[in-house]
Design a protein around this ligand. Structure first.
Ligand SMILES: [Zn+2]
Length: 439
């Protein structure tokens, strides 16, 4: 015989509902009274078991005043799920008490004014964090509004972001900037954001990059004031600070992180070398043929070959490189510049760090005297960054690569959301997807 209220054959009475229904729904602290499927929804009616309740103000035993139906959005399955909570309403037993009536609360089921169940909020955060979900996608799955989902998720992210313990144990710190919007800065504030990334290695020596924060602006000042906010203990803990060749961030590191070694990012140094070769090629191209490179010009044909590492060139590419250089004696300059860039590159590819450092020192000591102006300028840049450039070889290859990886994640999620209007929401969402918050 089916139970009249639960509709379940196993339930014996309203006061003793079926444990199998409870098990299937799996909500702690409530019994399943009724399960229904209609209009593409799974509707589960629940209530708390009867128990004597005291007034939260005076403690006098309260008197039941019936129920209130509250509809909650729950984690969707095959269909969307609604939890109908028959919430108990109470009245204080003491007529003189100021409390009058009150409604039962069950924080393990739902927040005081929430419309998503506690577990639906956790589910949504997990989807945003790990599954490339968007608020719009979650809204659709839950069958509610964008605002409802964000209002449920936001306080949780704010709470996690405010937890200073997430800044503990940072020994290697990376910094980089990115553009977060392309509209008028008077509307949405500065377009640039400076991002701080934890690049510390775990016990196995692996770097697990995690975004620590995003602050407006691209300046040494933005970075320095964030560092001062973190406090003495944090700053003392940072031993290595990786950065791209941007003097502002370098000044911030020198001024606020006295115990840290600044390390210039290897990828960017190699890129400076490649850029110098490109400039020489374009200049020689102009000087010899009087126009920009085009199809059929020897130097134009080797521009991608010049950007590659020598060890990666095929025999065919080597032959093409030689032929292009030999086409004109003026092309020798391009070849010399290319060899310089390859030498710079080889410092990072050397088998051991001692050998790498030896090459790097030679580069710093010789490039600035090179008769090729572009290489001499590169040499002067490297001399200016000397200690940060050489620090790579004494910090067992510390680099800013993890920060670039984080920027990739940020870019992907900004596109998935089709841009952001609110910088604080952007910060919270990016912190969540880029590993800065641990639910
Ligand atoms: Zn009372």
């Amino acid at each position: 015989m089916l139970h009249p209220t639960s509709g379940c054959a196993d339930a014996r009475s309203a006061a003793d509902p079926c444990y199998r229904c409870d098990l299937l729904v799996g909500l702690d602290g409530v019994h399943v009274e009724h399960v229904d499927r209609r209009d593409g929804l799974l509707i589960v009616t629940v209530s708390t078991p009867a128990a004597p309740t005291g007034c939260p103000l005076c403690g006098v035993v309260a008197i039941g005043r019936g129920r209130r139906r509250r509809v909650l959005h729950d984690v969707p399955g095959v269909t969307r799920v609604r939890i109908v909570w028959r919430q108990r309403v109470w009245r204080c037993g003491d007529v003189g008490c100021a409390k009058k009536t009150f409604v039962e609360q069950l924080p393990s089921l739902v927040a005081r004014r929430g419309s998503l169940t506690r577990r639906a909020v956790d589910w949504a955060i997990g989807q945003l964090r790990r599954e490339h979900a968007t608020i719009e996608g979650l809204r659709r799955q839950l069958g509610t509004s964008w605002k409802t989902v964000w209002r449920a998720v936001e306080p949780e992210l704010v709470r996690l972001a405010a937890d200073e313990s997430r800044f503990e144990n940072v020994t290697t710190l990376g910094v980089d900037e990115h553009i977060w919007h392309h509209v008028d800065h008077r509307k949405r504030g500065p377009k640039e954001l400076t991002g701080m990334v934890d690049l510390s290695r775990d016990s196995t020596g692996k770097t697990r990059a995690r975004l620590l924060d995003l602050v407006p602006g691209r300046s040494g000042k933005a970075y320095a004031s964030w560092l001062s906010e973190r406090g003495e203990a944090f700053r003392k803990n940072v031993k290595v600070a990786a950065l791209d060749p941007f003097a502002g961030y370098k000044t911030a590191i020198d001024d606020t992180l006295e115990d840290a070694v600044a390390v210039l990012d290897a990828f960017h140094v190699v890129k400076l070398g490649t850029a110098a070769v490109d400039e020489v090629r374009r200049r020689v191209q102009q000087d010899t043929l009087g126009h920009r490179g085009r199809k059929g010009d020897p130097l134009y044909g080797i521009q991608t070959i010049l950007r590659a590492g020598a060890e990666n060139l095929t025999d065919k590419q080597r032959i093409r490189l030689t032929a292009a250089i030999e086409a004109d004696p003026a092309h020798d300059e391009v070849f010399v510049a290319w060899q310089c860039a390859q030498q710079l590159r080889s410092a990072y590819h050397a088998k051991d760090l001692t050998e790498g450092r030896r090459i790097a020192e030679r580069v710093v000591d010789t490039f600035h005297t090179c008769p090729i102006p572009e290489i001499a300028r590169l040499g002067r840049t490297l001399r200016r960054w000397r200690s940060a450039f050489l620090a790579y070889f004494t910090t067992s290859r510390a680099n800013n690569g993890g920060t670039e990886a984080i920027n990739g994640i940020i870019e992907l999620h900004r596109r998935l959301a089709r841009g952001y209007r609110n910088r604080e929401n952007y910060r919270l969402r990016m912190l969540l997807t880029a590993g800065g918050l641990t639910p």
